[in-house]
Design a protein around this ligand. Sequence first.
Ligand SMILES: C=C(O[C@@H]1C=C(C(=O)O)C=C[C@H]1O)C(=O)O
Length: 374
Amino acid sequence: MKLNLNIQPLESWIKTGKEPLLIAGPCSAETEDQLVATAHLLAKTGRVSALRAGIWKPRTRPGEFEGIGSIGLEWLKRAKEETSLPTAVEVATAKHVEEALKAGVDILWVGARSTANPFTVQEIADALKGVDIPVMVKNPVNPDLTLWIGALERINNAGITKLAAIHRGFSSYEKSAFRNEPMWDLAISLKTLAPELPIINDPSHITGNRDLIPYIAQKALDMDMQGLMIESHIDPSIAWTDAKQQVTPAALVELIDNLTLRKPEVRNVEVNDKLHELRNQIDKIDDLVIQKIAERMQIVEKIGNYKKDNNITILQVSRWDEILHKRTSYAKALKLSTEFTEKLLELMHSESIRKQTEIMNAGQEVPAEKLTHA
Ligand SMILES: C=C(O[C@@H]1C=C(C(=O)O)C=C[C@H]1O)C(=O)O
């Protein structure tokens, strides 16, 4: 299934000639000097397509710097006049939208905390009705693809067609090197559901650590994301927010220069022929894999019927354990990762359990009305 979004290409609202497409600027606008000086250095690099700056900062706890507020819009205006860089800010309320529009901000984005709340997103969407401005929607804090899609749909339904998603990673309880887990699968699912929707990666918020930015930025380009949003500060050591993840404009250029640009396709006939030949091999193998899984399921059905006739439980922990051990060690010998093999086996096992449950309980299914929420 594909999403039904009405989207204009990225080229219609941002200069995309520079590779990769780069939106950069300080995490927060702190002082007029800091913002304007950073903007000048970024513009001078010739690599940046838009200047970002947080004016209103939704902080997790009160008492931290919550953004400079509306005065920052004036500084952004000056930065734009002096550098010609279009400007981008985060909006979290209808009032923010109103003020940003009045101040001539070029691009708005909806932050991760706002995306997680459909009331907030709807308020922003309502404030955008009848306005022609690009809007980027960050993924929600929690790893919930539907919330991300819902926010994009609400903004799109308000008539915003210059739309993009920002992948900034997800909160996770698991200890990790990253501030926010990239959970690439979610971004890949979004791209699969809406191939025309540009996705901008935000390695600054994913990593929370400037040293890790290059790895995430490279992976984002390799995942065919359309651009990068990277926090850049004239002097990160004294930044008021996110000091550890910001980079100087000079470091930003070095980082970008070290990325390898890859395209979804190349025009070289020889390369394409070789790729085609390898993909043909994959097609044949995939067909065989599916065929073998179907054969396995037919045997599972026989086992299910046999267990039913003889009153044997569906789940057989020791047999399942034996399968997990034997298969993972065999797979390991064939250079497959244990994590992958386990996932694959677990998927097959749960389908096997589902199938046998269906056989065992034929005619005794829970009535549909009992399955609906009270
Ligand atoms: C198929 C069986 O039932 C279940 C499913 C298994 C499988 O799909 O391999 C293994 C053990 C059981 O939990 C079985 O008992 O062999």
